[in-house]
Design a protein around this ligand. Structure first.
Ligand code: CP
Ligand code: NVA
Length: 322
């Protein structure tokens, strides 16, 4: 008689906050647990294929998306669940508190891409189901999870390594600051004057870094910020909703383009990262994006695995919600 081998799947633990409104909803232990589960889900996807059978995810997208929307749709389907989509302003036709209390009657989780962070926070305040931030003007926590997974694949653990982000001190920069500092990687954000990350985020990142004995640098000086970096990351100069500022930003950001000159300031063969979509030959040259050390499509792939882990942790149990 053949014995069925014991499952090697990690059991998803739950996330205390019951939501991912921002990176701050995950404790360091929970962040590590999501990343461990993401690695396991990536290696053995079949072990979770019925984990969320019969459940539904509401996708609310106020802004465009390729990666986030499709990877959440795929994540739900690959876990035995399904998703429904609504685009357009959240809270435009009716109050957000009513939107939240409709969705909780039909579905088991809300994934929302918003302009204001308040919209995500209000959904979470009113819905009795988990709410996930799929990018707001302030944070992009799902992106940062996939990025941390990508870095762990390359580096093993993060302490002893440095990630430098160059460009706008935006939502992606905020989430990277918080997660890198939490996990013990040195992190630098290099921006033109006036485009630094939010002070409150830098303060929190510094608190996390003090605990994990890593270093946070925020500077306008490229050589200072990029020196010693094992990974260099950039993002668009004008985020969604800021398109009308593009011409002005292009002028102010020109010296911060990720090109061969900037790449010469980081460690040889440093990883090249971008959350995508990339504007080639604007914030980053095509040449740098196409280097063998570019991991941009690993990042994109890991969106799927990291979000599967996240949905498992939020939806498989009660998820910390009543
Ligand atoms: N990186 C990212 O969030 O891509 P989308 O805007 O296509 O979802
Ligand atoms: N900072 C960008 C990220 C896109 C994935 C934006 O908010 O548009």
């Amino acid at each position: 008689m053949t014995r069925t081998p014991a499952s090697t799947a990690l059991k998803p633990r739950t996330i205390d906050a019951g939501n991912l409104r921002s990176d701050l909803d995950l404790s360091k232990a929970e962040l590590n647990a999501v990343l461990d589960l993401a690695a396991s889900v990536k290696q053995r996807p079949a072990e979770h294929r019925k984990a969320l059978e019969g459940k539904y995810v509401s996708l609310l997208f106020e802004k465009p998306s390729l990666r986030t929307r499709l990877t959440f749709e795929l994540a739900a389907k690959q876990l035995g669940a399904d998703s429904v989509l609504s685009t357009g302003a959240i809270g435009g036709r009716e109050p957000i508190k009513d939107v939240a209390r409709n969705l909780e009657r039909w579905t088991h989780c809300i994934v929302a891409r918003t302009f204001a962070q308040d919209t995500v926070d209000s959904l979470a305040e009113w819905a009795k189901i988990p709410v996930v931030n799929a990018l707001s003007d302030m944070y992009h926590p799902c992106q940062a999870l996939a990025d941390m997974q990508t870095l762990k694949e390359r580096w093993g653990e993060l302490p002893g390594h440095k990630l430098a982000f160059v460009g706008d001190g935006n939502n992606v920069a905020h989430s990277l600051l918080l997660d890198c500092a939490r996990l013990g990687a040195d992190v630098a954000v290099v921006t033109p004057p006036g485009f630094e990350p939010d002070e409150s985020i830098v303060r929190m990142a510094n608190e996390f870094a003090a605990e994990s004995k890593s270093k946070v640098t925020v500077t306008n000086d490229c050589p200072e910020g990029l020196r010693g970096a094992d990974a260099i990351y950039t993002d668009v100069w004008a985020s969604m909703g800021q398109e009308q500022e593009w011409n002005e930003r292009a002028r102010l950001f020109a010296a911060y383009q990720l090109n061969a000159d900037l790449y010469s300031m980081v460690r040889p063969n440093a990883l090249v990262m971008h959350c995508l979509p990339a504007h080639r030959d604007e914030e980053v040259t095509d040449e740098i994006l196409e280097l063998p050390s570019s991991v941009i499509f690993d990042q994109a792939e890991n969106r799927l695995h990291a979000q599967k882990a996240l949905l498992l942790m939020l939806m498989a149990g009660s998820g910390g919600k009543p």
